[in-house]
Design a protein around this ligand. Sequence first.
Ligand SMILES: C[C@](O)(CO)[C@H](O)COP(=O)(O)OP(=O)(O)OC[C@H]1O[C@@H](n2ccc(N)nc2=O)[C@H](O)[C@@H]1O
Ligand SMILES: Nc1ncnc2c1ncn2[C@@H]1O[C@H](COP(=O)(O)OP(=O)(O)OP(=O)(O)O)[C@@H](O)[C@H]1O
Length: 331
Amino acid sequence: MQALYDVPAPAKLNLFLHVVGKRADGYHLLQSLFVLIDWADTLHFERRNDGLLQRHDSGDTLPPDDLCLRAARALQAATGCRLGADIHIEKRLPAGAGMGGGSSDAASTLIALNRLWGLGLTRRQLLDIALPLGADVPFFIGGRHAFVEGIGERLTPLDLPREMRFAVIKPEASIATKDIFSSQCLQRSKSVAIVAGFPAHNSSDAKNATGTENGTDSDASETVVETVRLDAEGIAMLAGGFGKESFGRNDLQKPAEAASAEVVQALVLLQEQFGNSRMTGSGSAVFAHVSGKDGIDEQSIANISKVLPSKWSARICRSLTAHPLRGWLED
Ligand SMILES: C[C@](O)(CO)[C@H](O)COP(=O)(O)OP(=O)(O)OC[C@H]1O[C@@H](n2ccc(N)nc2=O)[C@H](O)[C@@H]1O
Ligand SMILES: Nc1ncnc2c1ncn2[C@@H]1O[C@H](COP(=O)(O)OP(=O)(O)OP(=O)(O)O)[C@@H](O)[C@H]1O
């Protein structure tokens, strides 16, 4: 195979995100519902026989050693592959948005080069290469919506009962994930969800979720344990936005609101227009569940766009059925 063109790298939204513990190395343990949406970067890959990796960008400027190059190098190192690639990135996803843009680019690069270079690695094998690249990369390799735990490595895949739609606003300001996790305003969730009755989930244990099992967290004594089933009803409850009240919170939202007035402004705009609003990941993008018929939400977002400051973006996004590259990997 000489080239792979038009490879998508979709974004994610965190419908809720609870910080439930902290590891000894300072990384925070999370519980979050990750949903894949139809806002995506597009990548193109051309094989090189000289082993070199070169990136060519269109759209926003990326760091010289971006996550795609780091992913490609990690794949070469893990497999001893001597092939290289020209990687073209059409960057559409805003960086520092909490939508996982860089992580998704890295995941699509691993999946595409595995194919282009004929390496035949399985999803399981790529997951091992993915985590050191970034906490969100395993989710995108997983290829399905998921209840995510740990720092992002424990995935319980799930299907949404039906398509969901969201109004998403990305303010001009971008937010560095590190600043939010180290904020004085960050407060730990006092409740931990235990997933019950789901065969793929083999660690249904609160101690495991909070880090108390291996002695990494000493501040989890007041934890309230809540049992959630990942059947259709349980997923609908966790996902919110199907006519029920949204589940949980985003614990990173308060620190982000303290850090950026633009996040507050965007949340207020969505709340006024759609009656709900929440931040995704570590921000700065925010979203609202929408369910209007006959293009009414598209019209509302078009009206909002007219009054937004320049360099802000707003759009209606839909949940995907699954990651478009899901079929490219054997489990
Ligand atoms: C907030 C999320 O977007 C949720 O999807 C992700 O957990 C963030 O993942 P990411 O952007 O890939 O973050 P990384 O690049 O791995 O981490 C950036 C920095 O944020 C902090 N960090 C990140 C993830 C985490 N679970 N706990 C942390 O404390 C660490 O200081 C880390 O050095
Ligand atoms: N291919 C890439 N695309 C976007 N950002 C990249 C890429 N490679 C490296 N980065 C760097 O990673 C940082 C985070 O970008 P990204 O878009 O992943 O953040 P995010 O939207 O906050 O995602 P997350 O939900 O993972 O926190 C930025 O500072 C950016 O410079």
